[in-house]
Write a new protein. Structure first.
Length: 399
């Protein structure tokens, strides 16, 4: 992946003397001190981050944290007080109005919380409006608008008026209007926050599905932690105009940078965010398929477990054996465990969400085996770890 958008030392200050306030902020004065002394408000303070091509980068924070100000500085709906915003190596802050218009029309589209649809225009004419402004011929812009509406699941509603659509459908029109321009970067400012909870979740799912198809670079603003964790490849947490932590959803949950982030994530259902590898452990023991029953018995007795996974010489998973079956083999003088090896156990990939393991765990006779694409055994998960959702304890034994 390559860096698509890079922000360096960005400040946005509102008020009568922003440069004076800028200097004070750079000298370490607090937001409150600057407001009291100068009447200026620090909206964004020294923000720096890079967004990779095809990444969904979520900026999260409470109301007043500076997140919406930040995104409006990226395409200069508001001009930064200081700092740079580089798109493919070109500094947007230094662009002329003509250059900026070109970037907004061709490379960077925005979806707002307020749908902003023209009530007198049909859905297809709303979507094609940006192309109309660009001077794209009528037939071409309608074809592109129809294709964009199909992409967001609104095929058949092209000639409807916005008033005939639900809130979620209207937001899809707003998304289609941004996508029809085929932008490199999609800026989404609280795009789903005005929707009912059920519609909001549906839109989140649809955005994830859409992103798999179109692979746009997305900067997504939200105050909803669950939304951030669901959508973000990485998350930037803002507080009082500053970015206080940037990390993957798992890093934000498990390695909070300070008390603010820690308190923010305290009540999150981690099972919906953390993957299987977060609760798996290395098997206490495994037996190779070429080994005999006595070796398997010795390993199970040493680790006090009642079953053991069988692997080949490249640690690829073959099956599982029970101690009772293996002891019977040993009594019979059999030299191979293969005849009693079972395959009726559950496997999963390391990136499966913990919540999706619950159905397996509820019926599992053996630990869940975590394997990679080559079926190599990476770890095991016992039932109690799944049920707890966040437990990091367990081993290769029955619970």
């Amino acid at each position: 992946m390559s860096t698509h958008l890079e922000v360096k030392n960005l400040y946005k200050i509102f008020g009568p003397s922003p440069l004076k306030a800028l200097k004070m902020s750079q000298e370490g004065k607090t937001k409150e001190e600057i407001l009291k002394e100068t009447g200026n408000t620090v909206g964004v303070k020294d923000a720096s981050f890079a967004v990779e091509k095809g990444e969904t980068f979520v900026v999260m924070g409470l109301s007043g944290s500076g997140k919406s100000t930040l995104i409006r500085n990226l395409n200069r709906l508001q001009d930064p007080t200081s700092g740079t915003v580089e798109f493919d190596g070109k500094n947007i802050v230094e662009m002329s109005e003509e250059e900026l218009r070109y970037v907004r029309r061709k490379h960077m589209s925005m979806v707002f919380q307020n749908f902003g649809l023209f009530p007198h225009r049909s859905v297809v004419d709303n979507v094609s409006y940006g192309l109309e402004i660009q001077g794209v011929p009528y037939q071409e812009r309608r074809e592109r608008a129809y294709e964009s509406l199909k992409l967001v699941g609104l095929k058949g509603y092209e000639e409807s008026k916005p008033s005939e659509l639900s809130g979620g459908m209207q937001q899809r029109v707003g998304l289609a209007r941004a996508l029809v321009l085929d932008p490199d970067i999609l800026l989404m400012d609280e795009a789903f926050s005005a929707l009912d909870p059920l519609i909001k979740r549906q839109m989140q799912d649809e955005l994830l599905d859409l992103q798999e198809k179109v692979q746009k670079t997305i900067v997504f603003i939200t105050h909803d932690l669950d939304e951030a964790l669901k959508l973000g490849d990485r998350i930037a947490v803002m507080y009082e105009g500053e970015i206080v932590q940037i990390g993957t959803p798992e890093q934000i949950l498990t390695e909070p940078a300070n008390d603010y982030v820690r308190n923010f994530v305290e009540n999150v259902d981690r099972s919906k965010v953390l993957p299987a590898e977060n609760i798996m452990t290395k098997p206490l023991a495994v037996v190779e398929s070429k080994e005999g029953p006595k070796a398997a018995i010795r390993k199970m007795e040493r680790e006090r477990i009642s079953s053991i996974f069988v692997v080949d010489n490249k640690r690829r998973l073959q099956g599982v054996v029970d101690i009772a079956d293996v002891k019977k083999l040993a009594d019979e003088g059999n030299k191979s465990v293969k005849s009693v090896m079972k395959t009726d156990f559950h496997t999963t990939s390391p990136d499966t969400l913990i919540v999706d393991l619950l159905p397996m765990a509820s019926e599992a006779k053996y630990p869940i085996a975590v394997v990679n694409d080559d079926n190599k055994l990476l770890g095991v998960i016992v039932r109690v770890s799944v049920i707890s959702g966040i437990s990091r304890k367990g081993g290769n034994n029955d619970d």
